[in-house]
Design a protein around this ligand. Structure first.
Ligand SMILES: [Ca+2]
Ligand SMILES: [Ca+2]
Ligand SMILES: [Ca+2]
Length: 256
């Protein structure tokens, strides 16, 4: 059985991804409360959908973990809310997990909570799914399509409408993304994007190393120097490194 490794574990192992990436989802348990330093937050009727029993009410339940969670919906005539943050998912097999509790449902057939990455829907629950998500139930999704070392927007959003005396609650907590590293392992590890010798600077030494490897089909050379992952080491790759001279951006993902 394959082992799923968190990015923290990855950094400890000194693998290709730099330690600078850190946790993928920041404050996935919402324990920083509101206003939250990591999540953008909006609620049509309330200051924020991020709740504690003290700031909202524990009448319908409490956090899955800790003191804080996200409460979408509620007894208002209509309520829209969302939370989102920008995340960077390194290359590999990426899994998004979160806990969901639909502890009231209106029966109107339309209340929903949806999860998107860059606006693309990866999960939606309707109010009628309440029997599947009460009590708290973990949702596990493969989001490897977004595991490319680039920045993505992870967003949870809900709209509900009261149905007579009935309404819907979507409770959300404990959001995390873990990545099982894929692809090759750069040796030495890049400290900056294009830093092929791993010394923390991008300069002519790096582009020179790429040039010296032009045409090489060696697997480790391709891992280290095929910057655009087209299977060839050529002037395009050294050109990319040259365009990065003097910068120290987070390393791009390794090639698959
Ligand atoms: Ca929590
Ligand atoms: Ca360098
Ligand atoms: Ca190339």
């Amino acid at each position: 059985m394959k082992k799923t490794v968190s990015i923290l574990g990855l950094a400890v192992c000194g693998a290709a991804m730099a330690a600078s990436i850190g946790d993928i989802v920041l404050d996935g348990g919402f324990e920083e409360g509101t206003p939250n330093p990591f999540w953008e937050e909006f609620s049509e009727n309330f200051a924020s959908p991020i709740c504690s029993a003290e700031s909202c009410t524990d009448f319908f339940g409490v956090a899955f973990e800790g003191d804080w969670w996200v409460w979408f919906g509620g007894p208002q005539a209509s309520e829209t809310g969302w939370v989102f943050q920008e995340i960077t998912i390194p290359a590999g097999t990426a899994t998004l997990r979160f806990w969901l509790d639909i502890n009231r449902n209106s029966g109107n057939g339309t209340d929903f909570m949806t999860v998107t990455l860059d606006g693309e829907e990866v999960f939606t629950a309707l109010e009628s799914d309440a029997p599947d998500y009460n009590p708290w139930t973990q949702v596990v999704l493969d989001v490897s399509a977004f595991a490319d070392g680039e920045t993505h927007v992870l967003r949870f959003e809900s709209t509900t409408n009261r149905n007579g005396g009935l309404f819907t609650n979507f409770f959300l907590d404990a959001v995390e993304i873990t990545v099982e590293p894929g692809g090759c392992t750069r040796d030495p590890a890049w400290q900056c994007d294009g830093d092929v010798d791993g010394d923390g600077q991008v300069n002519p030494v790096d582009s020179g190393l790429v040039q010296a490897a032009f045409g090489s089909g060696d697997e480790q050379d391709l891992c280290n120097y095929d910057v655009d992952c087209d299977g060839q080491i050529n002037p395009v790759d050294s050109g990319i490194v040259q365009s990065l001279f003097g910068t120290c951006d987070a390393p791009r993902g390794v090639c698959p």
